[in-house]
Design a protein around this ligand. Structure first.
Ligand SMILES: [Zn+2]
Length: 68
């Protein structure tokens, strides 16, 4: 399953970022690299990563099912 995330779908509307990955591990590493490069987030915690994974799955922050 391909994962992809547009930053604007996660609420970062000023970022044109589009992160993809062929699988979950690849997506996560691309996501972390993007967060560090564009959002000044170093070592994002699991809550943030899980949230963004959920947005990537549903394509929307609003439809995310809470995991915590
Ligand atoms: Zn971004």
């Amino acid at each position: 399953m391909t994962h992809e995330l547009y930053c604007k779908d996660a609420g970062a509307v000023s970022c044109g970022g589009h992160i993809t990955g062929a699988n979950e591990d690849e997506f996560k590493s691309n996501l972390v690299a993007h967060l560090e490069a564009k959002h000044a987030v170093n070592k994002p915690n699991d809550t943030l990563v899980d949230y963004l994974m959920g947005v990537a799955e549903t394509g929307s922050a609003g439809e995310k099912k809470l995991k915590f």
